[in-house]
Design a protein around this ligand. Structure first.
Ligand code: EPU
Length: 451
């Protein structure tokens, strides 16, 4: 197993290229099941979750080839099942339910169970699919679903669930008649899925609003041109938070700034200078950070997936910040780890109060989920001394080349085996620093050039 080692305290300078959005790529990869044939997708992020999704699709009978872009062949579906060992690793696998029921009339999907950020039931997914005519029974931890002759329906979601909206949407595109999903999720990743489905011939309107209207069609076809996944607004936001907490001047390129508004607003409130280009955001921070208040909400509100990273920023912002989590009931697991680095955080229920400290101190920390891990890396960038972030498989699930991208803007950060001792960690950080300096730069700095 590996850990990430960070020697904090260096401001960041330079540019970071944003990857495709994990939470758009996963449902879109799965949505290819709806249109038998060959699909091509570009801007798919290289992540553990992408590999897990492709391997799930492979087990179902749909092979893929990753060579820059992703090619997927969904001509045949051999097994309508998402087994426990896959769903356990990646909850998004539950998204095969809607497409399998629509295409094959049956599906067997392991029930995901709770996770580090909450109980996360899927009752709304099932309620919506039942309204379309699916029937479910629970057996041995699996949901067995059957569907004969799906019919459009009026569906009212109790909350605007992201994957719930996506699951129902993917079944409704092949149902007979009209489906309306009320209180649908408006997240950009849902909009991206709608655009992909429209390219396959689906008839959907209302994307980006809370009512989606779907006119079912008898079949869908693979698009003739490759589909490019929307940039990852959470990844972009995470790197902007990195510049905010470490200080410096960083431009995130290849992103969609209009999707980042709520996070940018918070970073400005914290005292950062933010300049928005057409496909880039530049953040400069050369004065001390100020406290701010933040409340997570469904899109276009502040993303819950940015809450942990903003909390890391708040730990070193002068004054008292208040952070409220309204989406998940248990998403403050990073608070205790940040406290181990010297942060002053109290939380009661869904409200956290963060009293800014002068400086964080490096420590060994352990993350419980993807965004919590990102928050700990950010804290490490600002902390004095060495921070070791353990259990980095969470980060590999959702950030493409996080270490390389942060090193590219000057962070002292490396991956190392879990067992590496302090001296070896410092050696590895020094070696990485040397590797990042070109011979020309070394010469300019007067250092001897090694052959
Ligand atoms: N909920 C229910 N019943 C349901 C569905 C959801 O009670 O049937 C509750 C959840 O327990 C939660 C709230 O509704 O309290 C919202 O959950 P939602 O269903 O919207 O979350 P999700 O679809 O499971 C996606 C992202 C998450 C992101 C949330 C919220 C994917 C693959 N995952 O999860 O991403 O936090 O929406 O925006 O799209 C991440 O990337 O780190 C991540 C966790």
């Amino acid at each position: 197993m590996e850990k990430i080692v960070i020697d904090g305290g260096r401001p960041l300078h330079g540019s970071i290229r944003c990857s495709g959005a994990k939470n758009a790529a996963l449902p879109i990869l799965i949505a290819t099941l709806l249109a038998p044939g060959e699909h091509r997708l570009t801007n798919v992020p290289e992540l553990a979750d992408t590999s897990s999704t492709l391997s799930l699709l492979g087990r179902i009978g749909c092979p893929s080839l990753v060579q820059g872009s992703v090619r997927l062949d969904t001509t045949r579906i051999a097994f309508c099942e998402a087994p426990y060992d896959v769903v356990r690793k990646m909850r998004a696998s539950v998204l095969v339910l809607g497409p399998m029921l629509a295409r094959c009339g049956e599906a067997r999907v392991s029930l995901p169970g709770g996770c580090a950020i909450g109980t996360r039931p899927i009752d709304q997914h099932l309620k919506g699919l039942e309204a379309l005519g699916c029937r479910f029974e629970l057996e041995g931890g699996y949901i067995n679903g059957i569907a004969h002759d799906l019919k459009g329906a009026e569906i009212h979601l109790d909350m605007p669930t992201v994957t719930g909206t996506e699951n129902i949407l993917m079944a409704a595109v092949l149902a007979r008649g009209t489906t309306r999903i009320h209180n649908a999720a408006r997240e950009p990743e849902v909009v991206d899925l709608v655009h992909f489905l429209q390219n396959l011939g689906a008839k959907i309107t209302g994307e980006g609003t809370s009512t989606l209207t779907i006119e079912g069609v008898p079949r869908l076809w693979p698009a003739s041109r490759p589909y490019s996944i929307v940039p990852d607004r959470i990844e972009a936001g995470t790197y902007l938070c990195a510049a905010a907490i470490a200080g410096g001047d960083v431009e995130v390129t290849g992103c969609a700034p209009q999707l980042l508004e709520a996070s940018l607003h918070k970073l400005r409130e914290a005292g950062c200078h933010v300049e928005v280009g057409e496909t880039s955001v530049r953040l400069r921070r050369d004065t001390p950070l100020r406290s701010f208040s933040a409340r997570t909400e469904p899109y276009p509100g502040l993303a819950t997936d940015m809450q942990a990273q903003l909390m890391a920023v708040a730990t070193v912002a002068a004054g008292t910040s208040r952070i409220e989590e309204t989406i998940f009931e248990n998403r403050f697991m990073h608070a205790a780890e940040l406290t181990r680095m010297g942060a002053r955080i109290q939380h009661v229920g869904r409200l956290a109060t963060v009293e800014g400290v002068e400086a964080l101190k490096g420590a060994q920390v352990m993350a419980s989920d993807l965004r919590a891990s990102a928050a700990l890396v950010l804290a490490g960038l600002a902390a004095q001394g060495l921070t070791e972030v353990l259990r980095i498989y969470h980060l590999d699930r959702g950030y493409e080349d996080l270490v390389g991208k942060l090193r590219g803007v000057g962070a002292r950060i490396v991956r190392a085996p879990d067992t590496t001792d302090t001296d070896a960690m410092i050696e590895a950080l020094d070696a990485a620093d040397r590797a990042d300096v070109s011979p020309e730069e070394e010469m300019a700095a007067g250092a001897p050039v090694s052959s």
